[in-house]
Design a protein around this ligand. Structure first.
Ligand code: GLN
Length: 536
């Protein structure tokens, strides 16, 4: 059977939820019995987001196979709950890299290398490869950015070519736009949508559906106008008002009849009725009155909260599962270093220190770990958060004044966190960390093991440094428990403190495997250990 390709393009502005809309739709197709996969095409030149600053790009979402990908893949996995892989995300950088390598090898036999056909062929090859490897009946393909961006032109051209190659009946183009609201006249404007559709048509693509995002209700008149000016059926103009919560979007998209309409248009037949009961229940929980738990998130990229997207969502999943509301208090680690914002830390019911790279803000996070240890406040450390919990312990419990990670202080006399052996001769920064799924054996009776209620787990990693085994015995003799290690016991995966309600940290990133319907055990254990939840 020929795969059906549904392409998602963006118009007017970015960040209006193109990825989330596509993810919600993917879930609705899966619920109708179709095998679904997704692919995100990022037109920027970086090979992957792995080396990009979180300020520029938000979080890097890591997959089972170690691919470092765009954060939209997080939405896809959280909604559709199918594990994605390396083929699910590619960039212009990868496309050019491949074409130029081929040219250097002489594969093009002296031909002149051009955007059309060489670059567009490589883009189409990668789209087909994803469809082939995932054997999906429906491929949802999102193109990053908005129509009109210079970088995205070869991608748009490739989609146009694909439509001709696989057939109009096997392709569907969803264009997601934004309706700005003019306060002075109190109206929503369709002109930018019209312009972006005109731009798309200029490339040779006629949108099959327009999803018009807005912060306000959209009346029929606006829908009719968009249909008329953009030449799409009225039924295919779908207003999508900003939702109360991300997790209500699948219900809104279902209510709008989008999935049934598209299936009809691409000549498919659903084999079952969607069961959205779990999502309805989740929505009920979201809207219910719940006791609030304050969680201090101590990070250094907090100006752009997208940098902690999966942590934020994992907290939400866990909180909803135990009937509480997670109120995240964002604390800049540099503020703590300057003695500022300590009251925010003190007012929190729990503290979380997420991952990060580089020296800036480290001491503030160590202070947060010290505060959590001394005041017995639940603490969850994620990757860097675990490393810093160990450094704090070495300094303030073992008395090693200058203990540090060799990432931040190469000359430290006590490198309790050190570069992994296999990382020592690596000079390239991109894609060279310890990445992806690795097993971890849990020690019976520990907080971590009780949270998981399992003996072996698999979690996603992204790090270069590790706990230095030279210090293991001394740590253990003084109250640290290494409750999770690699099965050969060579690598510390989880550290926790004895005689503390919950000071548990992992070298891996549990947040990447948390799902709304399957909250992550470590996040649940963490929130359950707060005094407030204990009282409920
Ligand atoms: N910078 C640390 C390392 O490379 C932690 C990485 C992280 O938090 N993802 O090991």
């Amino acid at each position: 059977m020929e795969t059906k390709y549904i392409f998602f393009t963006g118009g007017v502005v970015s960040s209006v939820g193109k990825g989330v809309t596509a993810a919600a739709l993917g879930l609705l197709f899966k619920e109708r019995g179709f095998s679904v996969s997704v692919q995100k095409l990022d037109p920027y030149i970086n090979v992957d987001p792995g080396t990009m600053s979180p300020y520029q790009h938000g979080e890097v979402f890591v997959l089972d196979d170690g691919a470092e990908t765009d954060l939209d893949l997080g939405h896809y996995e959280r909604f559709i709950d199918n594990p994605l892989s390396q083929v699910s995300n590619f960039t212009s950088g990868q496309v050019y890299d491949e074409v130029i390598s081929k040219e250097r090898r002489g594969d093009y036999l002296g031909g002149t290398i051009q955007i059309i056909p060489h670059i567009t062929n490589e883009i189409k090859r990668r789209i087909r490869l994803a469809a082939h490897t995932t054997k999906a009946e429906i491929m949802l393909i999102e193109i990053g950015g908005t129509v009109g961006d210079i970088e995205s032109q070869p991608f748009m051209e490739s989609l146009r070519q694909m439509r001709n190659e696989v057939g109009t009946e096997n392709t569907y183009f969803v264009h997601v736009t934004w309706l700005p609201y003019i306060g002075a006249t109190g109206e929503l404007k369709t002109k930018p949508t019209q312009h972006s559709v005109a731009e798309l048509r200029g490339i040779g693509i006629a949108p099959s559906m327009i999803i018009a995002r807005s912060d306000y209700d959209v009346d029929q008149e606006i829908i009719d106008k968009i249909a008329l000016f953009c030449d799409v059926e009225k039924r295919a103009v779908v207003p999508m008002k900003t939702a109360n919560s991300l997790y209500e979007i699948p219900l809104l998209v279902e209510e709008a009849g989008v999935a049934d309409y598209i299936i009809e248009k691409i000549n498919l037949k659903a084999s079952k009725k969607p069961n959205l009961k779990p999502w309805k229940e989740l929505s009920k929980k979201i809207n219910a009155d719940k006791p609030k738990i304050k969680i201090a998130l101590v990070g250094k990229y907090i100006e752009l909260q997208d940098a902690y997207m999966s942590v934020r969502e994992a907290l939400r999943h866990a909180a909803l599962s135990i009937g509480v509301e997670d109120e995240v208090v964002w604390i800049h680690s540099a503020d703590l270093e300057k003695g500022k914002n300590l009251d925010a830390l003190e007012s929190a019911d729990a503290i979380i220190v997420p991952g990060g790279f580089g020296e800036r803000g480290i001491e503030g996070k160590i202070l947060a770990a010290q505060y959590a240890r001394e005041n017995k406040i639940p603490y969850l450390g994620l990757c860097l958060g675990m490393q810093l919990m160990c450094i704090e312990f070495a300094r303030n419990v073992l008395g090693y004044e200058n203990a540090n990670s060799s990432e931040f202080d190469q000359g430290t006399p006590h490198p309790v966190i050190d570069l992994m052996l296999e990382q020592r001769n690596i000079s390239d920064m991109g894609g060279t960390m310890r990445l992806g799924l690795y097993p971890c054996a849990l020690q019976k009776g520990t907080l971590a093991q009780k949270s998981y209620n399992k003996e072996e787990i698999n979690e996603r990693h992204r790090h270069r440094f590790e706990f230095n085994n030279k210090y293991r015995k001394e740590f253990e003799e003084n109250g640290m428990v290494f409750s999770g290690t690699s099965p050969d016991n060579m690598l510390v995966e989880i550290a926790e403190l004895k005689d503390h309600p919950f000071m548990v940290s992992s070298q891996f990133h549990p947040e990447f495997l948390s799902r709304p319907m399957r909250p992550h055990p470590l996040f649940v254990g963490f929130l359950k250990s707060t005094k407030k939840v204990a009282k409920i």
